[in-house]
Design a protein around this ligand. Structure first.
Ligand SMILES: O=C(O)CCC(=O)N[C@@H](CCC(=O)O)C(=O)O
Ligand SMILES: [Zn+2]
Length: 337
């Protein structure tokens, strides 16, 4: 196999490869760009006009998606997968991956869309680098199709294991077609955002015009311990996207995909913040109207008012000013285009 196919090994070892460009026997070009960053260019005759950004390891301890990208890249480097799409593989936070931690100094996925400029340190620099890598990859007014899947796993167990968060931009409708692709890829639910955000997928969606999603793929575990995370459907769909084959076999459908809209983000404002949920609560647990969800400084109280509310990503340990939970409600998908 070509040495650049071992991007994960290189990244975990902190090694810069001596040969930065390699060609597979079928004429696919692999180009190492930076730590954890590798561009794949198909031969011109096979290029189908899709620019596909695949990222994982934005949180260093979310290993199942990192292992998935590693398998895809090795498949290309072994000449087993024959790309028709241009692809940018990104391992988001190499230092956190080496340490097996979510982040080193601060959460990388809260530093995009300009936030890194108001900050400093290791992750702020990396967020800036990742933005530049994405900008250069997608290029300017190329007329090509832009798609970004930012792959994650969740801290806690989920009643719905594999789900997508779909970013938001003023005046832009969420795409039914993209959701049909995700359904075929095994994604069981989608959370439609309704305000801008500072995550990586929100950046590529709103600033770079890509269709972009954060995909949550199960519970975070250490390298080599992901046998409970079944990514077969997603892996098949990614093979199809990479090789320019149709992702959906049969009639496109959203049947079986649950749709939710974000109702509120619970923001932790101070060290007095208290989240009143059991420590082992699962994502997508329903909360009744009237439930006192959280309390914070200055008698702030978060009480559930929504019918059919469910909670996602409850985490009282986030830094002040950050999201400590999301409340979602069922959505009928009427706003899809
Ligand atoms: O399990 C958790 O509490 C967090 C899982 C996670 O890292 N989720 C992403 C979602 C990004 C988005 O909102 O698009 C994150 O919090 O960064
Ligand atoms: Zn994550």
């Amino acid at each position: 196999m070509l040495a650049l196919g071992k991007l994960l090994e290189l990244t975990l070892a902190g090694h810069e490869p001596s040969a930065k460009i390699q060609l597979t026997p079928d004429g696919t070009r692999l180009r190492w760009l930076d730590e954890g960053a590798l561009e794949v260019t198909p031969p011109a005759a096979r290029d189908n006009g899709l620019d596909l950004l695949l990222s994982a390891g934005v949180h260093g301890n979310e290993t199942a998606p990192i292992e998935l990208l590693d398998r895809l890249l090795r498949g290309i480097a072994r000449n087993e997968l024959h790309p028709a799409a241009r692809i940018l593989f990104l391992f988001g936070n190499p230092e956190a991956m080496r340490r097996g931690e979510r982040y080193v100094e601060q959460d990388l996925n809260r530093l995009f869309s300009g936030r890194h400029e108001q900050s400093s340190g290791f992750e702020a620099i990396r967020a800036c680098d990742l933005e530049h890598l994405a900008v250069n990859f997608f290029g300017k007014d190329t007329g090509r199709t832009r798609l970004h899947y930012d792959l994650h796993t969740a801290i806690r167990a989920s009643k719905i294991e594999q789900f997508a968060l779909y970013p938001w931009q003023e005046g832009r409708a969420h795409s039914r077609r993209e959701l049909e692709h995700l359904r075929a890829a095994g994604i069981e639910a989608v959370l439609l955002q309704n305000k801008s955000s500072i995550t990586f997928s929100a950046y590529t969606y709103a600033q770079l015009g890509a269709e972009a999603f954060t995909l949550e793929l199960g519970k975070a575990r250490a390298f080599g311990q992901n046998e409970l995370v079944n990514l077969d459907l997603l892996e098949n769909a990614l093979h199809a996207l990479i090789e320019g084959r149709e992702v959906i076999s049969g009639e496109p459908t959203l049947d079986g995909m649950q749709m939710f809209a974000v109702s509120r983000e619970v923001i932790k404002h101070s060290d007095s913040f208290q989240l009143h949920v059991p420590a082992d609560i699962e994502n997508f647990t329903e909360l009744e109207p009237g439930y006192l969800l959280a309390e914070d400084i200055a008698d702030t109280r978060w009480i559930v008012e929504e019918q059919g509310a469910r909670i996602i990503f409850p985490n009282p340990k986030v830094k002040n000013g950050h999201r400590a939970a999301i409340l979602i409600v069922p959505d009928d998908g009427a706003g899809l285009a």
